[in-house]
Design a protein around this ligand. Structure first.
Ligand SMILES: Cc1cc2nc3c(=O)[nH]c(=O)nc-3n(C[C@H](O)[C@H](O)[C@H](O)COP(=O)(O)O)c2cc1C
Length: 240
């Protein structure tokens, strides 16, 4: 059921900028006018696999095969910190019956949020296919073995970057970051085995719900949600 949709085309009454004028941005009316009609292509209960992870894998592979979608494995991770919600993009690196994995700095804002509040949400925004998937679940650290196995597959420069960056902390200058990169590059030269930084690793999000959203005409979108129940996954339909 793969669909290749075009990106929405925004037609503006006035150009956003010319070479002589500064870019004044969009007006309120221009932003309001940005909408597109979604397709006739519906999502019936019978279209879905009985297992939501199997269904997710189908949609992920369709998104990955869609030439319009960049970074099909990018997902918006939302956490709750002492202020409230916070969102950022991370890359999905594995999906299995156990859940969804990503890698990051454990001492970053997201790492510190998860340490006190492991309930998270993941959102896959596949707009070009008029689709999104929203996962809710509980995050826990993967084993050191899993982290090391993945870290060893990363390009050398990414490995050094993981050592150099104190992710989410204040950085006095770009030059300071470059100096830290150069320091670790000298310590672990290209071609050598770079150890995994102790502050870096993976999380597994064990899902409690997965919602499959398909855009439809007149804003009558299809929303089918799997939730965990005593006897496995339960599928229900939500108002759009
Ligand atoms: C497409 C894309 C992919 C990203 N992938 C990751 C990732 O896999 N892991 C990660 O730590 N940050 C990733 N980032 C950077 C995060 O969005 C974020 O800036 C960083 O993790 C710090 O977030 P925090 O301060 O909320 O912890 C990615 C950003 C983009 C735009």
């Amino acid at each position: 059921m793969s669909q290749i949709a075009e990106y929405p085309k925004v037609t503006l009454d006035t150009p956003m900028s010319t070479s002589d004028e500064p870019n004044a941005g969009l007006t309120r009316d221009q932003i309001r006018a940005m909408r597109r009609s979604y397709g006739e292509h519906g999502l019936a209960e019978s279209d879905l696999a009985s297992d939501p992870i199997a269904q997710f894998k189908i949609w992920l592979s369709e998104a990955a095969a869609n030439p319009v979608i960049v970074e099909a494995n990018a997902m918006v991770l939302s956490t709750v910190d002492e202020w409230g919600p916070a969102s950022r993009t991370v890359l999905l690196k594995d999906v299995s019956d156990s859940g969804f994995s990503f890698f990051t700095n454990y001492e970053s804002n997201k790492g510190r949020a998860i340490a006190t509040r492991p309930e998270v949400a993941l959102l896959f925004p596949w707009y070009a296919m008029e689709r999104q998937v929203i996962v809710k679940g509980t995050a826990s650290k993967v084993s050191e073995e899993v982290t090391q196995e993945y870290f060893s597959t990363r390009p050398w420069s990414s490995q050094i970057g993981a050592w150099a960056s104190s992710q989410s902390r204040d950085l006095e200058s770009r030059e300071h970051l470059q100096a830290r990169f150069d320091e670790f590059a000298a310590k672990y030269p290209e071609g050598s085995a770079v150890p995994t930084p102790p502050h870096w690793g993976g999380y597994l999000v064990a899902p409690i719900s997965l919602e499959f959203w398909q855009g439809r005409y007149s804003r009558l979108h299809d929303r089918l949600i799997f939730t965990t129940s005593d006897d496995g996954w339960h599928l229900s339909r939500l108002h759009p």
